[in-house]
Write a protein that binds this ligand. Structure first.
Ligand code: SAM
Length: 277
């Protein structure tokens, strides 16, 4: 009986080993699915950006930074919530020397790493930056449409402060609301928690930042989203060749909804510059 069992086991051993190996490698290399809605945006925007205004918004920020804080740009720069990495790459092409990109979304980081070799990308949550980077490491930290996705803004800003040197510059470009409101859903179906204009100054101060400038860019946001929706309508047919209709419809409904709120002024856009105290 026992000999019989051993014989059966030995016969099946190669199959067990092969099966185990196949299972192991497929689990190890299984691709994390890329957010299709974001890929549609990249296609529409002609670059790997998921923020309002695409390159125009980055150029607007860079012009200001180059004029007012040129020294900060020479050190280590951190793109928090870098997504597909298009912005970090754009900065490298503008002459920045040391740019790191971090994002909590592993599939986005894998995509960015494979496409933009000059930037250093890491799959890190903004809420645990200080476990990955040395104290005082960065001279410039920026977030393009990211803080709205983080509920505990003070905790995130504190983390940014921990890895930034004294005098470092922080740039926040994001959705805003006058006061706290019911969260809307973003492209990934997650709640949007725009910057609350009543609280943000205090939140920055509490976490080690001094506000230098705060600009209302709601009108820019409205125009940028009008253009985006127009482009989406124009390119609808060609997009259908590459993407599922339900994904295209999701992008369209998300941005139509955002534009509706921008027009009603229940949502806005804000651009903030702050300095590490
Ligand atoms: C609207 S996208 C903007 C991406 C990029 N900044 C850009 O402009 O193309 C928001 C990004 O923030 C990232 N994100 C959200 N919460 C995060 C967190 N706690 N830590 C790091 N990244 C986060 C998301 O994964 C996503 O890639």
């Amino acid at each position: 009986m026992r000999v019989n069992f051993m014989r059966k086991f030995l016969y099946s051993l190669p199959f067990l080993l092969i099966g185990g190996w196949v299972l192991f490698t497929s689990l190890r290399t299984a691709p994390v699915k890329l957010n299709q809605a974001r890929l549609i945006l990249s296609e529409l925007r002609g670059g790997d950006f998921t923020h309002a205004g695409d390159k125009e918004a980055i150029d607007m920020v860079l012009a200001k930074l180059k004029q007012d804080f040129p020294e900060a740009l020479k050190g280590n720069c951190l793109d928090v919530g870098c997504g597909f990495g298009g912005t970090a790459d754009y900065l490298m092409k503008q002459g920045f020397k040391h740019v790191w990109g971090v994002d909590v979304d592993k599939s986005a980081i894998d995509y960015a790493e494979s496409k933009y070799k000059k930037v250093k990308f890491l799959n890190v949550d903004a809420l645990s930056l200080s476990s990955q980077f040395d104290k005082d490491f960065f001279s410039f930290v920026y977030l393009f449409n990211v803080l709205y996705a983080i509920e505990d803004k003070v905790a995130a800003l504190e983390q940014l402060a921990k890895v930034s040197a004294q005098g470092a510059i922080l740039m926040i470009f994001d959705y805003s609301v006058a006061d706290s409101s019911e969260p809307m859903l973003d492209l990934a179906g997650k709640p949007m928690r725009p910057i609350c204009m009543k609280k943000i100054k205090q939140q920055l101060q509490e976490s080690g930042w001094e506000v230098l400038e705060m600009n209302d860019i709601s009108k820019n946001f409205t125009v940028w989203y009008e253009h985006l929706i127009k482009k989406l309508e124009e390119k609808n047919q060609s997009l259908k060749g590459h993407f599922l209709e339900e994904d295209i419809a999701k992008v369209s409904s998300t941005y139509v909804h955002i534009l509706h709120h921008l027009r009603r002024k229940t949502l806005g856009g804000v651009l903030i510059y702050a300095k590490r105290i």
